[in-house]
Design a protein around this ligand. Structure first.
Ligand code: NAD
Length: 358
């Protein structure tokens, strides 16, 4: 039975990079037996312009009814002065919450052809292939109580609550162990168990879960050390699992190891295996409309969708190989261009990857 995909191009470079991911999917449909039905809808600023809201109930319903959502990026200066509830980014948060996307998978892979584009020494990063599994709907970003209150002495005090229940830790833990099982079978759980009781429980639950995954080697690391190790020797990691806030920070740090933000995909999954897939970058208003954005993060997001929501891992690998082949040919968008390579625009990069599928 054909799978249903909801495509949300969004704002800024979103529609430009999405067009290239759709060209790759169209080729897979035409020549490699991919059976999908694609629907389109608006999100973010584009949705606000059409309906006065960054995410309509109808779009959320269509997202829930789809097997997967493929998103470009949202946001832009035009909507920055709106009330926070109407800003494009609220549309994204509404989708994450509305679909219950509790597991965020962010790979950081350095293509060997781009080793010179990283800010770290090539020998430190070449061959890097790690996956960060971040809890996305709990922890300190959502914990209650929260706010800014006035103390008896008149001074104001800001406060947030770091809270995780055992079941929340267990479900993200299982995603991480399953992910590690399909890769190098090594999982590093990142916490601050020496200071925070909440992550002491995190460590205890991860340790208990390991009994169900005897083939996966589990280690624990404090978050401050993990940040240092990511920059010192990132290749020691296979899969890392951590809380919402620690994951937010560590995954951005890991993304920079790979050279350009334009290269990296992400997946956010719920308990039913339904997912939303998007590049990790934003709508890049500074380059929107110029045809120079790198579409690879979006194309690799489509590859993650093939693997995690559409049950087509072979097609995902085909896409990844095509990206690598095009980098081998020396084609580069502006963000990864070096003097010895050929600079191409968004459309030419997308077309070359679609052509390299086989
Ligand atoms: P950004 O990721 O949009 O851009 C940061 C820098 O990276 C810019 O110089 C941009 O030109 C460059 N860049 C980003 N993607 C690129 C690509 N594919 N190819 C080449 N270069 C690329 O972050 P920002 O400038 O901080 O934010 C711009 C807007 O995007 C804001 O409105 C922000 O709220 C929004 N945003 C959205 C998301 C999302 O949709 N998931 C994520 C982050 C930021």
């Amino acid at each position: 039975m054909s799978k249903k995909i909801l495509v949300l191009p969004g704002d800024g470079i979103g529609p430009e990079i999405m067009a290239q991911a759709l060209a790759v999917l169209a080729r897979l449909q035409r020549d490699f037996g991919l059976d999908i039905e694609i629907e389109h809808a608006l999100v973010g600023g584009a949705s606000y312009e059409a309906s006065g809201r960054p995410l309509t109930d109808e779009t959320l319903q269509r997202a829930r009814a789809a097997d997967a959502v493929l998103l470009g990026a949202v946001g832009g200066p035009r909507w920055e002065s709106l009330d926070i509830s109407l800003r494009p980014e609220k549309g994204l948060l509404g989708l994450r919450a509305g679909l219950g996307l509790f597991a965020n998978l962010r790979p950081a892979v350095l293509y060997p052809q781009l080793a010179a584009a990283s800010t770290l020494k090539p020998e430190v990063v070449s061959g890097l292939d790690l996956m960060i599994v971040r809890e996305l709907t709990g922890g300190i970003y959502f914990g209650q109580p929260r706010g800014i209150r006035r103390l008896d002495n008149g001074e104001r005090q800001g406060f947030n609550t770091l809270v995780y229940s055992e079941s929340e830790i267990e479900r993200i833990g299982r995603v991480a162990f399953e992910t590690a099982r399909k890769r190098g079978k090594r999982l590093c759980s990142v916490d601050k168990a020496n200071v925070l009781e909440c992550t002491e429980l995190w460590r205890e639950v991860m340790t208990r879960l390991q009994r169900d995954y005897p083939d996966v080697a589990l280690t624990h690391m404090y978050v401050d050390n993990a940040a240092m190790q990511l920059v010192r020797a990132p290749k020691q990691f296979d899969v890392m699992v951590t809380t919402n806030m620690f994951g937010d920070i560590l995954s951005d740090c890991a993304s920079m190891l790979t050279g350009s933000i334009g290269m990296l995909p992400s997946a956010s999954l719920n308990a039913a295996g339904q997912g939303m897939y998007e590049p990790i970058h934003g709508s890049a208003p500074d380059i929107a409309g110029q045809g120079i954005a790198n579409p690879i993060g979006t194309i690799l997001s489509a590859a993650m969708m093939l693997k995690y929501s559409l049950g087509a891992p072979q097609l995902a690998e085909r896409v990844e190989r095509a990206v690598s082949a095009v980098l081998d040919q020396g084609l580069r968008t502006a963000d990864i261009h070096t003097p010895d390579t050929r600079r191409v625009g968004t459309g030419e990069m997308g077309a070359a990857i679609a052509a390299a599928l086989g």
